[in-house]
Design a protein. Structure first.
Length: 306
């Protein structure tokens, strides 16, 4: 099983900024990681893209452009300043191409994370390297909480989650928001920067083995529908995998779990940590591994050359 990439914390990053008023472009290297870069963004919206296949193809570019358009309308826009995805394509693709050229993307066979910040008077993007966790799995920490406006990628959320991010200490890779532990009917929702899923066995005699499991997801109106989450749900529809949109916390019946995001793709969770104990998950869960391999197999098909 190929491990899922995560941002390389020690790598230098490249930041490119475009000023709407002057139409000027600036470029600088930085030691900031993606989190610090987003915290420096002030008011606005954001999205995080990634390259695949050695750094010249952007995964799910159209989805990200649509997300920027939608979030811009909800957070920054008004009727006189609507921006459709094609506007963002014309603006961002040349900036991404410039960044990849400066980093010689494609020559080093290293994929990049591309974080885009859109403000009222400028656009900034950061390119950093991606590296893989050692064993391709992670731990997740459950905490009490929910996002107020999950449909928009508002930079305010980056500031709101800063305190919770301090809980992310390896091997913990993500903090998952959930209802208070022990409350009847308590549900899990999403990670700080990912979507969260669990699996549950429903039979024993089907082939292939992953068909013996169903996927558990938070209701779509309760979470940010991430680009990789959309792809996971398309795969489930294609492969006739049942999806239950009710993520009630039931560690005793969950078999496997994973988080999904642009940088992680599908990253299996081997242990869930709560204030009342630890709960091991099957990191070799057949459905989790099927979704992981399916997402990777679709990566080139669902990417755009820059």
């Amino acid at each position: 099983m190929a491990p899922a990439p995560t941002p390389a914390a020690s790598a230098k990053s490249l930041i490119i900024s475009y000023d709407y008023k002057t139409k000027s472009i600036s470029e600088q290297t930085s030691t900031m990681d993606a989190k610090d870069f987003m915290l420096s963004g002030g008011q606005g919206v954001y999205t995080a893209m990634r390259t695949i296949c050695g750094g010249r193809r952007v995964f799910l570019l159209d989805d990200h452009l649509q997300r920027i358009s939608n979030s811009h309308r909800m957070v920054l826009g008004d009727e006189e300043h609507q921006r459709d995805p094609e506007h963002w394509r014309n603006l961002l693709v040349p900036l991404i191409r410039r960044g990849l050229d400066s980093l010689k993307g494609g020559e080093s066979n290293e994929d990049r994370k591309i974080t885009v910040l859109v403000g009222s008077d400028h656009v900034s993007l950061q390119l950093t390297g991606l590296k893989a966790p050692q064993d391709g799995t992670c731990w997740a920490k459950f905490v009490c909480g929910r996002r107020e406006n999950p449909e928009a990628k508002d930079l305010q959320w980056v500031h709101d989650r800063e305190k919770l991010e301090k809980l992310i200490v390896p091997p913990i890779n993500e903090v998952v928001l959930a209802d208070p532990e022990g409350v009847p009917g308590a549900r899990a929702y999403e990670g700080l920067s990912s979507n969260f899923f669990a699996t549950r066995r429903v039979s024993n005699d089907k082939q292939p083995d992953y068909a013996n499991f169903e996927l558990l997801s938070a209701p779509l109106d309760c979470v940010l529908l991430g680009t990789i989450m959309k792809l996971v749900l398309r795969i489930c529809e294609r492969d006739c995998i049942k999806v239950v949109y009710d993520l009630r916390v039931d560690f005793g019946r969950w078999n496997g779990a994973f988080v999904s995001s642009t940088s992680r793709l599908v990253l299996p969770v081997s242990k869930i940590i709560t204030d009342h104990g630890d709960h091991p998950m099957d990191k070799h869960d057949p459905l989790v591994l099927h979704l992981l391999e399916s997402v990777r197999a679709l990566a080139r098909e669902q990417s755009t050359e820059i």
